[in-house]
Design a protein around this ligand. Structure first.
Ligand SMILES: Nc1ncnc2c1ncn2[C@@H]1O[C@H](COP(=O)(O)OP(=O)(O)O)[C@@H](O)[C@H]1O
Ligand code: SF4
Ligand SMILES: [Mg+2]
Length: 357
């Protein structure tokens, strides 16, 4: 049962002193089930953050509908409305962005509960539980954010987002400012908390190995349009859109002599969202382009249960390299290099039902 439905979302930003607009989001539809993680992936500038901000009611969309738990969000009903407060939360890329340098860790985690006007006596125990849940020692509660590491700061950010037990958390590049160990620990933590609380995540990330571990489903964005959407394991193993092939095969391999796989190399640069191509947005860069791609936008087609793609040549694309799974190759090659194998190459668990949907 979907907790969030986004239908034909459009977000265009006017440019001061000009009639042009930045077409950041161009008709995006997806849903999110309770307890599920949907990853939004795509190059920088593809509209991921803008979608997250629309869902959180931080900006008003130019068009489309957002429905949260049976309620349509809009000008009069936002996530700040009293009945929805605390049900949708955000974790930022830079932990420092969400933390006030003058407030102690305890007060930072406590703040969303104060906003909900919960009595102090009830809040204290909840803050301590939230800190334990993210692995923060009691002694850290009295420290200021500048006195703890970035990894610990991001744990505070997660504790703060989770303390109101939200239905949905938007995680916008939550690991990209961290070192690899802290990154893996945060992903592990998020998976554990999701199992415990049943929170749904909209997970925005460039970090494809984190995406592969944490997400049940993936939506691939290109210039503010979803070009492919489906179960995470399926998209990594057998993508059906040329852009997904190019993007997902960019997972780095530890041995440079082994090609990253994938048979599609895009040419040129991403076009400007001010001046979008007239039909398929990828036509100018796609090696499989045909005349039709430059004339009419390809429709969304279902290729399997819960798996949709927007490309005229998706059947050929999915046949290109059936055994291609860049992530699995990454792990097996890492295993080979390290001899006996690395017991837990990235110290994070895979959600029990990852890829099942
Ligand atoms: N407030 C804004 N005003 C004008 N353009 C914006 C604004 N916010 C984002 N954009 C533009 O919208 C596009 C999508 O941005 P963003 O959602 O941040 O992408 P991503 O998170 O995928 O990198 C970019 O071209 C960006 O420059
Ligand atoms: S519709 Fe055409 S240009 Fe667009 S991704 Fe498919 S093959 Fe490439
Ligand atoms: Mg962004």
């Amino acid at each position: 049962m979907s907790i969030l439905t986004v239908d034909e979302l459009v977000q265009h930003f006017p440019i001061g002193g000009s009639k042009s607009v930045v077409r950041a989001v161009n008709g995006v539809s997806f849903s999110l089930d309770k307890g599920e993680t949907l990853a939004l992936v795509g190059e920088s500038g593809s509209g991921k953050t803008t979608i997250g901000r629309c869902v959180l009611g931080l900006i008003e969309p130019t068009g489309g509908r957002i429905n949260f738990d049976g309620t349509t969000l809009g000008r009069h009903r936002t996530v700040r409305s009293p009945e929805l407060r605390g049900k949708l939360q955000l974790v930022f890329q830079e932990p420092a962005e969400s933390l006030n340098p003058r407030m102690r860790v305890f007060e930072q985690i406590d703040e969303p509960l104060r906003a909900l006007k919960m009595p102090r006596a009830d809040r204290e125990a909840k803050v301590r539980l939230a800190a334990r849940r993210v692995g923060l020692a009691e002694s850290l509660l009295e420290r200021f954010p500048t006195e703890i590491s970035m990894g610990l700061q991001q744990r505070v950010g997660v504790a703060r987002a989770m303390i109101s037990e939200p239905e949905i958390v938007v995680l916008d590049e939550p690991t990209s400012a961290l070192d690899p160990t802290a990154r893996a620990e945060i992903i592990d933590l998020l998976i554990r908390i999701q199992r415990e609380l049943g929170t749904a995540y909209l997970f925005i990330s460039h970090d494809l190995s984190a995406v592969r571990h944490i997400s049940h489903r993936i939506a691939v964005l290109y210039l503010g349009k979803i070009v492919e959407q489906g179960p995470s394991a399926k998209l990594f193993a057998q993508p059906s859109h040329p852009y997904s092939v190019a993007l997902l095969s960019s997972v780095l391999l530890p041995n440079p002599r082994i090609k990253s796989g994938g048979k599609i190399r895009l040419s040129g640069e991403i076009p400007s969202p001010i001046n979008l191509p007239p039909a398929c947005y990828l036509a100018g860069r796609c090696p499989m382009v045909i005349d039709r791609c430059r004339e009419t936008m390809p429709p969304v087609e279902m290729v399997a249960d819960n798996h949709s793609v927007r490309c005229y040549r998706h059947k050929e694309v999915s046949e290109l390299d059936k055994d291609f799974d860049s992530f699995a190759r990454f792990q097996s090659e890492a295993d080979r290099i390290l001899g006996a194998g690395i017991p837990e190459p990235i110290k994070i668990g895979i959600p029990e039902n990852a890829g099942d949907r």
